[in-house]
Each structure stands twice: as structure tokens, then as C-alpha cells.
Design a protein around this ligand. Structure first.
Ligand code: FAD
Ligand code: 2HG
Ligand code: ZN
Length: 470
């Protein structure tokens, strides 16, 4: 393997092949669930260099872990403990290649940080709507690799819906130039969609053509106190009715989830937390004007208060207030991490069935695991909940995960199956859920997934053992 390292240094420059010193930023996952050991961390600067690295690793039989911002929630972007895997980190590839205003697209390197893309779009007078709390460090390649969702899916869809074309380095080290800006193309299988959400197991995304939208004339944010999940679902229905396509975000947050923000971020103001079992965060985008958006919001909130699906509500007066409200929502994962290691679920259930799912599953978990604490929040507008589980108060989180994680996952996933849902709506499978997937995915689907993996990556070099075990 020393020969491979020398070859990698020749291909990308010695300064961009890291083998010693503190490599924890590349080897440790964000949630601190696993710490691996890389043979080397390689940071190519161009598509040609990525292709060269893949060819060298393929010749040496060295597995590759593609990595962007390393914010994966499912241990998808760090090496295992073998010391054999090469981490291929794309963050040096951070160029915006082109903005096509007429076609409403931008073509970007895979290592661009999401927040920089949002800013570049805005500077050019457009909106790039993908938004999630990790946007300051996650990359568009990682967003595509996981088909990330985030907080604007109700209006703009997941990352998949925002992508028109890809450039990909195959497992053989060839470059597929599929950077199409076409909105319609029916010339055979959709290879683009195959790579999106494949978590680095089928190819390495090196660039993408993404959709842009006109900047809305106004964006308004409201925060409502909601007595129950049934009421939250009703409020969502009213929001669709009153706001139509203007509804861009609809998040729900349970009282305990918000109490962790109050506890760990006392500087943040959390409206209605003390008195309301749930709170909802709503966003409207308006193509006309702020007064028009405000009038629409007022009509919606009046109807909601009258109907009883909200008991109180505030509409942000300005951008700073809106940001502060989003900040509370986006800080829940951080507050949860500060409370201690936890079990995360990013499940989806048909929206109409979420209240029954939670009532049944909350009771089941409380019966089975004394004192268990449920941190329930998420993207209700998309039927996607972060139905997270925290150790009992004062308990040892490490022991809790060791002793209870398999049991908790089994109970929750069985309930998800019963309610017609998916065990992962956002974060993907990674290494963390690879053993659970076969129980909840159809055997026919799993066979097709394995067949695709074998066809595109016959040496099993790209993120092996993640997503689907061969
Ligand atoms: P990484 O973590 O580096 O990689 C993620 C996966 O993609 C890995 O399997 C990796 O091998 C693969 N990959 C990375 N780059 C490439 C590439 N160029 N080509 C092929 N494969 C690649 N996710 C959501 O969906 N919605 C959220 O709201 C959300 N919020 C988050 C909030 C926080 C605080 C954090 C820490 C994470 C959150 N995530 C969320 C999870 C995470 O999926 C996203 O942050 C993001 O999509 C990952 O991007 P990344 O660049 O960090 O990818
Ligand atoms: C979010 O929606 C992310 O904030 C993270 O998907 C969810 O921490 C989590 O469980
Ligand atoms: Zn989420």
C-alpha cells in the first residue's frame, strides 16, 4: 500500500494526500457514532484527478469512501476501522462553473458548500432553495449523494427534484459527462436518478447542474402553538388551502424537543414552549409583495385559531425575527447532541396517519423502556418525522445505546412498516442501517439494488458495505 500512496501523491500532489496528524475531521462522523482509520485522505482538485485516484485505487484493490462535508447522520462518509479504505474528500472542488440565467440553472463542482451556492444564486438574482441546518458545511455532492430533503421540500422537492444533470466518475475511473440542463430527456434509462441517493456506492459525483428559481418578492415566517399532532395535521391542511403553492415550509416540534433548546441554548427565545404540546413553523413565499403575504398569513391564522388547530401564533415582523425562529428549529439536533448520544430516526409516514403512529408508538416505547425520552420534531409537511429517542434522564447514553438501540429500532421500524412508511426519508442508510434494511425493503427491490451495484461496481470498491451488503 505504500506504493499506492506514492502513486496518489503523484496524481494529486503530496500536499493533498493526508496520512498522518489529526485526521479526526475525516475519520470521525458528525454524531460521534464511529471513528474509523483511513489508509489515506485524498483531496483531488479536479474531475481528472478524481478519475486518476479511482483508477489507482481500483488497480490496487483499495476501497474508496467518497466524502463531502462529512455531516452524514448514518455513518456514511467515514472509513471503517480496517485502515484499508481511502477517503476521497471532494471539498477542494468548489468552483461554480456556470450560471445560465435564461435556462434557470447553475453548474457547480460537487465540493461546493451548500451555503455558498445559495449565496451565489442570490448574488445572481436567483433562489437556490435547498436548505438544511448543515448548510454551512455540507456539500452539493453530499446532498445529491443522500438526496437530502431539508426545510423547503413542500414547495421545491428533495435534492433530486432540483437536479437536471450530473458529471460522475465511475468505479472504473471513467468520466460520464451528463451535465445536461434539459428539463425533458427520454433517451433511455435515467442514469442521473440512479446516482442521486446512492450514497457514493455507484459512482462519484464531481459536478451537477441544478435548478434556480426567481427570488420571491417576500418570505414570511410564522410560529404557532398547536395542541396535538392531530391539530398540526389539520393546520397543515389549512395552510395548503390558504397558501397554495406559496407554502414553502411546514415544520412541527414537540415540547420536549424544544425544551432541549431552552436548556442548552438559553440565549434563544422559544415562543409558547412552556404551554404547548407542539409548535409549528410555517413559511410562505410570495411572488407579489410582503403585504400580500402578510394578508394571506393572517387569513390562515385566523381560520386556524377559530378552528382550534392553533391556540396562539406569531408572525415574524422582519427577516431577523424570521431567522431567529428558524434558528430555534435548526438548533434541535445540536441541543440533542449536547444532551448526549441518542438514537435517531428519519422516518416517513403518510401525513394523515402520523398522529395515530405517534400515539401508538409513544405508548409502546414508554411501556417497553421505562423513562425513555422522545424527541419528536421534523418536516410534517413532507410526512417526515425525526422520531428520536434519548436515554432516560440521568441515564448513561453510551450504555443506553449499547443495550437498547437494536430493540428501539426494531420497535419503531415495525411500527413504521405497519403504518405504510419508510425507515429513512432523508438521511439514507449508510453503515448504520445497512443491517436493518433487508427486513423492511422488498426482497425484489433489494435484488435489483444488488444487481445494479454489481453491474456498476463489480470490484465492490465504492463505499462497500454501505446501503446494501452484497
Ligand atoms: P457527507 O456526509 O460527506 O456524505 C454523505 C453521503 O454521501 C456519504 O455516503 C458519502 O459517501 C456520499 N457522498 C458525499 N459526497 C459525494 C459525492 N461527491 N459523490 C457521491 N457520493 C458522495 N439531511 C437532510 O436530508 N435534511 C436535513 O434537514 C438535514 N439536516 C441536517 C442537520 C445537521 C445539523 C446535520 C449534521 C446533518 C443534517 N442532514 C440533513 C444530514 C446530511 O445528509 C446532510 O447534511 C448532507 O446531505 C450531507 O452532505 P455532506 O457533504 O456532508 O455529505
Ligand atoms: C433536521 O431536520 C435534520 O434537522 C437532523 O434532518 C435531524 O437530528 C436529527 O435527527
Ligand atoms: Zn430533517
Amino acid at each position: 500500500m505504500t506504493e499506492l500512496i506514492a502513486q496518489l501523491k503523484a496524481a494529486v500532489g503530496a500536499a493533498h494526500v493526508l496520512t498522518e496528524g489529526d485526521l479526526s475531521a475525516y475519520e470521525q462522523d458528525w454524531r460521534k457514532r464511529r471513528r474509523g482509520k483511513a489508509l489515506a485522505v485524498v483531496r483531488p482538485g479536479s474531475t481528472a484527478e478524481v478519475a486518476a485516484v479511482v483508477r489507482l485505487c481500483a488497480a490496487a484493490g483499495a476501497p474508496i469512501v467518497p466524502q463531502g462535508g462529512n455531516t452524514s447522520m448514518v455513518v456514511g462518509s467515514v472509513p471503517d476501522a480496517s485502515g484499508r479504505e481511502v477517503v476521497l474528500n471532494l471539498t477542494r472542488m468548489n468552483r461554480i462553473r456556470a450560471i445560465d440565467a435564461g435556462n434557470l440553472t447553475m453548474t457547480v463542482d460537487a465540493g461546493c458548500v451548500l451555503q455558498n451556492l445559495q449565496q451565489a444564486a442570490e448574488d445572481a438574482g436567483f433562489l437556490f432553495p435547498l436548505s438544511l441546518a448543515a448548510e454551512g458545511s455540507c456539500t452539493i455532492g453530499g446532498n445529491l449523494g443522500t438526496n437530502a430533503g431539508g426545510t423547503q421540500v413542500v414547495r421545491y422537492g428533495n435534492t433530486r427534484e432540483l437536479c437536471l444533470g450530473l458529471e460522475v466518475v465511475t468505479a472504473q475511473g471513467e468520466v460520464w459527462e451528463g451535465l445536461s440542463g434539459l428539463r425533458k430527456d427520454n433517451t433511455g434509462y435515467d442514469l442521473r436518478d440512479l446516482f442521486i441517493g446512492s450514497e457514493g456506492t455507484l459512482g462519484i459525483i464531481t459536478a451537477a447542474t441544478m435548478k434556480l428559481y426567481p427570488l420571491p418578492a417576500a418570505q414570511l415566517t410564522a410560529w404557532a402553538a398547536v395542541p396535538s399532532l392531530e391539530h398540526a395535521v389539520k393546520l397543515l391542511g389549512l395552510a395548503h388551502k390558504y397558501l397554495g403553492a406559496g407554502l414553502t415550509g411546514f415544520e412541527v416540534m414537540g415540547q420536549f424537543a424544544l425544551s432541549l433548546v431552552v436548556k442548552h441554548m438559553p440565549q434563544l427565545r422559544v415562543p409558547f414552549q412552556a404551554d404547548s404540546p407542539y409548535c409549528a413553523l410555517l413559511e410562505v413565499s410570495d411572488t407579489e409583495s410582503e403585504p400580500h403575504a402578510r394578508a394571506q398569513f393572517e387569513r390562515l391564522l385566523e381560520a386556524a385559531l377559530e378552528d382550534g388547530c392553533a391556540t396562539d401564533a406569531v408572525v415574524a415582523e422582519n427577516i431577523a425575527q424570521a431567522r431567529a425562529l428558524w434558528h430555534v428549529r435548526e438548533n434541535i439536533p445540536l441541543a440533542q447532541a449536547q444532551e448526549g448520544l441518542n438514537i435517531k430516526h428519519d422516518i416517513s409516514i403518510p401525513v394523515s396517519r402520523i398522529p395515530d403512529f405517534c400515539a401508538e408508538t409513544d405508548a409502546l416505547l414508554a411501556r417497553e423502556i421505562a423513562g425513555v425520552r422522545l424527541v419528536n420534531f421534523g418536516h410534517l409537511g413532507d410526512g417526515n418525522l425525526h422520531y428520536n429517542v434519548q436515554a432516560p434522564e440521568g441515564g448513561d447514553p453510551v450504555a443506553f445505546l449499547r443495550e437498547q438501540e437494536a430493540k428501539v429500532n426494531g420497535l419503531v421500524y415495525d411500527q413504521v412498516k405497519k403504518f405504510g412508511g419508510s425507515i429513512s426519508a432523508e438521511h439514507g442508510i449508510g453503515a448504520l442501517k445497512v443491517d436493518s434494511l433487508p427486513k423492511y425493503k422488498s426482497p425484489v427491490a433489494l435484488d435489483m439494488m444488488r444487481a445494479l451495484k454489481r453491474a456498476l461496481d463489480p470490484q465492490n470498491l465504492l463505499n462497500p458495505g454501505r446501503v446494501v451488503a452484497l
